[in-house]
Design a protein around this ligand. Structure first.
Ligand code: PEP
Length: 250
């Protein structure tokens, strides 16, 4: 990665952990954080306050895993973007394939959530990715383009938005896309961004790879042209694995 984009290594803890172990995990990440990349952890919502407290001043950022598109009101069980910001979040993951699948989230909904995140001052990490059927059907690039078009609001910038390319079939499966496939999709995404938002945004926006990134494959994946970091699920739950991936950035 020889660009002026600072790599971002983001951990998606999903629905895992309890307070004591999560605080210990966050503390270990902060103590071992290497230079050369930005680090972010995204705990389950109820664990954000204790994790944010232990990470305060450490340089390791905290993010949510979802937010509602509305500012507040009658949305039982949901969390507003401003609430995440209020408890110390700087980022929020949106449109993760598990939310698209489990909660039927559409590109339009992801776009409105992204707008809400921006309005609250959060950086939105917008996830896109094809299913195995779409890849096998030769529809990968078209699918990615329509997700990018539908999920990103007009006001997206390199500062308020990060894109995560996560092939659905590579998440939690141990399978990763080949370096050539990852480079093709990242180049394609950056081209889409350039056509819609201009060369400045395309040159500055970070595009992460996600899908079974682990210590044994991180050096290869993070070295791919156009890959500006990783969104990491399983391997972010062990501090040493997450930190080994982070050290692979340099
Ligand atoms: C993810 O959930 O965003 C992810 C990439 O998970 P994993 O690393 O476990 O494949």
């Amino acid at each position: 990665m020889t660009t002026n984009r600072t790599p971002l290594i983001a951990g998606n803890w999903k629905m895992n952990g309890a307070e004591t172990e999560s605080v210990a995990l966050a503390r270990a990440v902060a103590e071992g954080a290497p230079g050369g990349c930005e680090l972010l952890v995204c705990p389950p919502a109820v664990l954000i306050p204790p994790v944010a407290a232990v990470l305060k001043g450490s340089g390791v950022a905290v993010g949510g895993q979802d937010c509602h598109f509305a500012e507040g009101g009658a949305h039982t069980g949901d969390i507003a973007a401003a609430m995440l910001a209020d408890v110390g979040c700087s980022h929020v993951i949106l449109g993760h394939s598990e939310r698209r699948a489990d909660h039927g989230e559409s590109d339009e909904l992801v776009r409105s959530k992204t707008e809400a995140a921006h309005a609250a001052g959060l950086v939105a990490i917008v996830c896109v990715g094809e299913t195995l059927a779409e890849r096998d059907g030769g529809e990968t690039l078209a699918r990615i383009s329509s997700q990018i078009e539908g999920s990103l609001p007009a006001a997206a910038t390199a500062e308020n938005t990060v894109i995560a390319y996560e092939p659905v079939w590579a998440i939690g499966t141990g399978r990763t896309a080949s370096p050539a496939d990852v480079e093709e999709v990242h180049t394609h995404i950056r081209g889409d961004i350039e056509r819609r938002f201009g060369a400045g945004v395309a040159g500055g926006i970070r595009i992460l790879y996600g899908g079974s990134m682990k210590p044994s494959n991180a050096v290869e994946l993070l070295a791919i042209n156009g890959v500006d970091g990783g969104l990491i699920g399983g391997a972010s739950l062990k501090a040493e694995e997450f930190l080994t991936i982070a050290r692979s950035c340099s």
